[in-house]
Design a protein around this ligand. Structure first.
Ligand SMILES: Cc1ncc(COP(=O)(O)O)c(C=O)c1O
Length: 416
């Protein structure tokens, strides 16, 4: 045999990213459209890919990594708790649920907490509370009002009240009794309410819908109508809550506060350890009695202990979130006159959307290439959810990178 024939041609080396992509394409459900980035570690507001390249993280795991990455106090707590006990089940007590529930009551103005593991699980529980509340009054009272353009999660109940057809259509028929109204339209809201209404669910700032805030007038009307028709008012604070807007919860932006009967939160609460909560006033809490709801993993000692640490830190961070958010939005506003395809800057605190008149996808890809992680929601809204610890220096850097990608978009003629 000719020795030469056994020498295989030099193969280009497969990168770690390509190897993972191949495995995932063979073995994962093909539901995610990931960006071509293999993340390995993070520190503060930066993350690093498998080759060691650094990226400024302005999406923070879609609003989860509120204290950035590898926060020293959280790392210490997680290590300590891992050495003691990770899971107790809800058959027994552990040290952290009670204190965390007390803390949530103090900061939310509501009274009783149920712990679970994700946003949609919290929303499902809130929907059960709405249903059970309605049923106690009349079997007819089962309708749930929610808003066009809203997003409440991917499980059946949450999906049924999500006001975006694209998420719902493949799974119909969904829960009966879901009624949709346009956001911030007080007259439409009044017309939709009836004795059949058991509850209404509102995101104070729509996240997946493109960073659209509710008006205080609208929220107050929802409160008034819920009271008039003995329905439960639920605020979905999963994306906009737990410090994101510079208040503990986005409904606290209103002065005086519009209190819901139930608030659901999740994402940043344990900074990456899964934790969701339903927090309810006494009236709503009565809807759930012994044995009516539960969760195997919900409220484990690790998640609750981390959340307590996080809330300690958050207390001192709220003014910073407010200031950093104003600074960031100011910088984005300053870009607007230079790029005619920048329509509007929206949001509060560090929940910020930049609405474009062109698709945002290529801008997001270019930003990643240049070392900035952001994403795009609703096709044309660049979404920024940086960690709460972000500095002005990091904001300046993000804006510089963004400006470069916007210049490239203008040059490509994305707008035409
Ligand atoms: C407002 C809102 N509600 C509910 C959810 C669902 O949360 P999860 O993905 O944790 O189930 C999300 C997730 O993005 C959200 O933004």
């Amino acid at each position: 045999m000719n020795a030469m024939s056994t020498v295989s041609p030099v193969q280009p080396e497969t990168s770690a990213l390509e190897r993972i992509q191949k495995l995932e394409s063979e073995y994962l459900l093909q539901n995610y459209a990931r960006y071509p980035l293999l993340l390995q570690r993070g520190k503060g507001c930066y993350v690093y890919d498998a080759s060691g390249k650094r990226y400024l993280d302005f999406i923070a795991g879609i609003g989860v990594n509120a204290l950035g990455h590898a926060h020293p106090r959280l790392v210490k707590t997680i290590r300590a708790q891992a050495g003691l006990m990770l899971h107790t089940s809800n058959l027994y007590y552990h040290e952290y649920q009670g204190p965390l529930a007390e803390r949530l009551a103090k900061i939310s103005g509501l009274q009783r907490t149920f712990f679970c593991n994700s946003g949609t699980e919290a929303m499902e529980g809130a929907l059960k509370m709405i249903r059970s509340h309605g049923r106690k009054i009349s079997p007819e009272k089962h309708e749930v009002i929610s808003l066009h353009n809203s997003f409440h999660g991917r499980t059946f109940g949450s999906l049924s009240i999500t006001g975006q057809e694209k998420y719902r259509r493949d799974f119909e028929p969904l829960l009966p009794g879901a009624k949709f109204v346009p956001a911030n339209d007080v007259t439409a809201l009044e017309q939709m309410f009836s004795e059949r209404t058991a509850g209404i669910v509102i995101e104070w700032i729509q996240g997946e819908g493109g960073i659209f805030p509710m008006t205080t007038e609208y929220a107050r009307k929802a409160r008034e109508l819920a009271d008039r028709f003995d329905a439960l008012l639920v605020f979905d604070e999963i994306q906009c809550g737990v410090g994101r807007v510079g208040k503990y919860f986005a409904y606290q932006l209103a002065d005086p506060v519009v209190l819901p009967d139930i608030m659901v939160a999740a994402k940043p609460l344990a900074c990456g350890i899964p934790l969701g909560v339903i927090v309810a006033n006494e009236r709503a809490a009565k809807a759930i009695g012994a044995g009516m709801h539960g969760s195997t993993f919900g409220g484990g000692p690790l998640a609750c202990r981390v959340a307590l640490d996080f809330l300690d830190i958050l207390e001192g961070l709220l003014p910073h979130i407010d200031q950093a958010g104003a600074y960031f939005r100011g910088k984005l506003e300053a870009l607007r006159p230079r790029f005619p395809f920048l329509k509007e800057v929206r949001g509060h605190g560090l929940m910020v959307g930049l609405d474009l008149s062109i698709p945002g996808k290529q801008i997001v890809l270019d930003a990643i290439e240049d070392g900035l992680l952001i994403n795009c929601t609703h096709d044309t809204v660049l979404r920024f959810l940086p960690p709460y610890i972000v500095s002005e220096k990091e904001i300046d850097r993000a804006v510089r990178i963004l400006q470069k990608t916007l210049k490239a978009a203008a040059k490509r003629g994305d707008a035409s």
